[in-house]
Design a protein around this ligand. Structure first.
Ligand SMILES: [Zn+2]
Length: 313
């Protein structure tokens, strides 16, 4: 019998308690730590409920510093177990389920789900699509079932979808406008990719009559039928269905987290073991500035004139 995903038995064997989770986290994050004493001695977990690691010299720091779990009170094992739930579920995990399954209050369950989605978003941050001679599709789609605060476009949000033969990357944009699309496209598309779209309006926006060189190679190819065969469409259809069925409705301000959740899931659809292990195999830095940067990349607001935070990828 083929087993898909990661089983609870396997999970229990790897992470039987909080201490094993703290030790695992220490293995991942401590190689980047530099102690003031500069002595090459290892860090050791001394208090796993407070996630404290002590250096040979006596200085100590928390293993969650700089990760999404910084200053949270969730038990590490609960967080890892929630990673497993998200990893093994194809249709997403509603907060109400998390609430009863983990014995949490409404706000704690929502907070925990947010942390998990942030982790997925931070891991997907370094996603690059295309490459020399490879085809990259750029499309825009409207998604329904979105709660909005009485603004225009009620009940809907616009997604910018980019895909190549293997993966997708998506973000939320307020308008199909060049200035909102370009930063994200520059970030995810490798140079020398062959860019395609099925929508002449996107080409018109990005090239603006040849005024901009970088998107001059963007071709309008085929019809909606071509788009339907692409990863962008498969991803969009799945996201749409999950928002409708599992989450019922999603606020426009938090939609970007769901977009990243399903991007993470979609890009590992054929490697179901990675769904869970990727989530615990790296803990990218998630300080408030970086999270704000990720959220701004999904531009549900009009961009302000202030400079965008420069993020290391
Ligand atoms: Zn030291």
């Amino acid at each position: 019998m083929a087993i898909f995903g990661t089983s609870i038995i396997e999970f229990d064997a790897a992470f039987p308690d909080d201490a094993s989770c703290a030790n695992h986290l220490l293995q991942i994050v401590s190689p980047q730590w530099e102690c003031e004493c500069k002595r090459p001695v290892p860090w050791k977990i001394t208090n796993h409920s407070f996630r404290l690691a002590r250096h040979g010299c006596g200085r100590s720091r928390s293993v969650t510093t700089g990760t999404i779990l910084q200053r949270t009170t969730y038990s590490l094992r609960d967080v890892f177990y929630t990673f497993l739930l998200f990893a093994n579920s194809n249709e997403g995990v509603p907060s109400t389920f998390l609430q009863s399954h983990m014995g949490l209050s409404t706000s704690s369950a929502a907070g925990l789900a947010r942390k998990v989605r942030l982790q997925m978003a931070l891991i997907e941050r370094s996603r690059k699509l295309g490459g020399r001679g490879q085809i990259v599709r750029i499309e825009c789609r409207l998604i329904g079932r979105i709660r909005t605060k009485g603004r225009k476009g009620k009940g809907r949000a616009r997604l910018l979808l980019v895909s190549d033969a293997e993966a997708v990357a998506a973000c939320v944009i307020t308008k199909q406008e060049r200035r909102l699309m370009v930063p994200f496209l520059r970030q995810v598309i490798n140079p020398d990719s062959q860019m395609l779209t099925s929508d002449p309006a996107i080409r018109a926006q990005l090239c603006d009559g040849g005024r901009y060189k970088d998107f001059e190679s963007l071709q309008v190819a085929g019809t909606f039928v071509d788009f339907k065969r692409s990863n962008s469409y498969q991803y969009f259809r799945h996201l749409n269905r999950c928002i409708k069925r599992t989450y019922r409705s999603v606020g426009r301000e938090t939609l970007w987290l769901y977009v990243k959740e399903f991007q993470y899931k979609f890009n590992r659809a054929n490697a179901d073991r990675r769904q869970f292990w990727d989530m615990v195999q790296c803990f990218p830095a998630g300080d408030p500035a970086q999270i704000a940067g990720l959220r701004d990349e999904s531009n549900f607001r009009r961009p302000t004139d202030r400079p965008r935070s420069v993020l290391s990828t």
